[in-house]
Design a protein around this ligand. Structure first.
Ligand SMILES: *[C@@H]1O[C@H](CO)[C@@H](O)[C@H](O)[C@H]1NC(C)=O
Length: 468
């Protein structure tokens, strides 16, 4: 170990950030990794904040079933209502659709634009919009945008495998709230037409109400997700396509995992689709990425300049860590504890700011809270812009994480450790000023010690540097 973590405490406040970033980089090298995590857990126990990664991490228990039948489920994640993340992603919702073999999903439209990714299986997806019908065959690894208001019906075309889709919805009228509208229904779901008066419907359809009802309010077994005979599924998927190569505005599935990775090494692969490739993503100010991290490896600590990432774990397990200024107060609190000989149970942000004014003569406390959470298939993480974060794959299998970025059009990903670390761009005179002149060689050594970039050997990976 070259730099001890205690050097951070001695750093002048202005340089504390750089020191923190450095120590984050060093996490992967730290021979004291176990000590670190033990300290972190202690902090979590003492302060409550960050425990289980709240409010940035959501487990399976945070999903509610909107639909749950024998043939499938539609589950929606609770709103991002915590004040810390609400501003960035509070308008959006995460949902998961699971359809049994040969399940059929009734036509409906959402008051939300939708970006989805096919996690498993295959299906046919039919969109009615712009006065016409478009039918797409989608399969595992595909990403696609469905514009708000399109009437969509779909089916699992496989006879034995489930069809699973994860999605991020951007409601068009009420932030963070969306509804599903079924034209045809019965008991559940109801047809939205049934809200209209008889005479209005009769006039609109030029048909007697009873005739209309016979067609539109047929009682079906199973509600919005039913099952279909094999030949009907085959018939339905007969005309499905992968979309032409027509206009750049064409709606079509993109194979995210089938394209060339934007980066790849032994420790992982990164696939991305942005607004250049899919104009609808640009319009929605979103991007889609998939990081497939090799078991025992990690993603280099990094932050996004503008985008807030909603990350959904597709496969595997591991953990994520993030430095978070909003939940800070640890060090200052400990300091104050010593000063006043008292202990604070809760440390609200507002209170903290007031206290800062009081004690710091107008200076803001510069410290960061470690947010850490175990993640596994189905976990959702929110990583706000500018927050340095990393994710580490478990030792048993690859960790695949789908990242949907919002506010992504001007986004840049900044790596803080590894060959492409932005910190390497510090010039020599600055290095001397920032790290102290005598340590210049040590600085270069530390910054150059990681030969890999983007995907690195993890803290517990075989033959890791920390064993040296
Ligand atoms: C991640 O990579 C592994 C190894 O190549 C592969 O088996 C797995 O299907 C990938 N996961 C996803 C979600 O693409």
């Amino acid at each position: 170990m070259v730099i001890k973590t205690s050097s951070m405490a001695r750093s002048p406040p202005l340089l504390a950030l750089v020191a923190l970033l450095l120590s984050l980089c060093l996490l992967s090298l730290a021979s004291t990794a176990v000590g670190w995590s033990r300290r972190g857990e202690e902090d979590e126990r003492r302060h409550g904040g960050g425990e289980g990664g709240r409010p940035y991490h959501f487990g399976e228990e945070s999903f509610r079933h909107w639909t749950r039948t024998r043939h499938g489920r539609f589950s929606v994640l609770e709103r991002f209502s915590d004040e810390v993340i609400q501003g960035a992603v509070g308008d959006y919702r995460v949902a998961v659709l699971e359809a049994a073999p040969r399940a059929f999903l009734q036509p409906s439209h959402y008051d939300a634009d939708e970006v989805f990714y096919v996690k498993e299986g295959e299906g046919v997806l039919v969109l009615l919009r712009d006065g016409r019908r478009e039918s797409f065959c989608v399969r595992e690894g595909d990403a696609m945008v469905i514009p708000a208001g399109a009437i969509v019906y779909s089916a699992n075309t496989h006879s034995s495998k489930w069809f699973r889709v994860v999605m991020l919805l951007n409601p068009v009228s009420t932030p963070g709230r969306f509804e599903e509208y079924f034209p045809v229904g019965g008991d559940r779901p109801e047809s939205f037409f049934s809200a209209f008066s008889d005479d209005v419907l009769q006039a609109a359809f030029n048909t007697r109400r009873e005739e209309w009802e016979k067609v539109f309010e047929r009682q079906r077994e199973g509600g919005e997700i039913t099952t279909a005979p094999e030949e009907q599924i085959r018939e339905l998927s007969k005309s499905c396509s992968r979309g032409g190569s027509g206009s750049e505005w064409e709606i079509k599935p993109f194979s995210l995992t089938g394209k060339r990775p934007s980066y790849s090494n032994n420790h992982g692969r990164l696939f991305e689709i942005d607004g250049d490739e899919c104009r609808h993503l640009r319009k929605l100010d979103m991007l889609i990425g998939l990081a497939n991290i090799t078991r025992g490896s990690m993603m280099a600590p990094s932050y996004s300049t503008h985008a807030t990432k909603v990350a959904i774990v597709l496969q595997g397990s591991g953990y994520f860590e993030m430095a978070c200024p909003h939940m800070s107060g640890d060090r200052s609190e400990r300091h104050r504890e010593r000063e006043h000989g008292r202990r604070r149970e809760e440390w609200g942000r507002k209170e903290e700011e007031e206290e800062e004014e009081e004690h710091g003569r107008g200076q803001k406390t510069r410290s960061y809270k470690k947010v850490r959470a175990q993640v596994r298939e189905g976990s959702v993480i929110v990583i706000p812009a500018a927050h340095p974060a990393t994710i580490v794959a478990g030792d048993d299998e690859n960790l695949a994480v789908l990242c949907i970025g919002v506010a992504a059009n001007y986004d840049d990903k900044v790596f803080l450790a590894g060959r492409n670390s932005l910190l390497k761009q510090l010039d020599d005179p600055a290095k001397a000023l920032v790290f102290g002149g005598s340590a210049a060689r040590d600085v270069d050594q530390v910054l150059a010690a990681q030969p890999e970039q983007i995907f690195l050997r993890g803290p517990h990976g075989r033959g890791s540097v920390s064993d040296m």
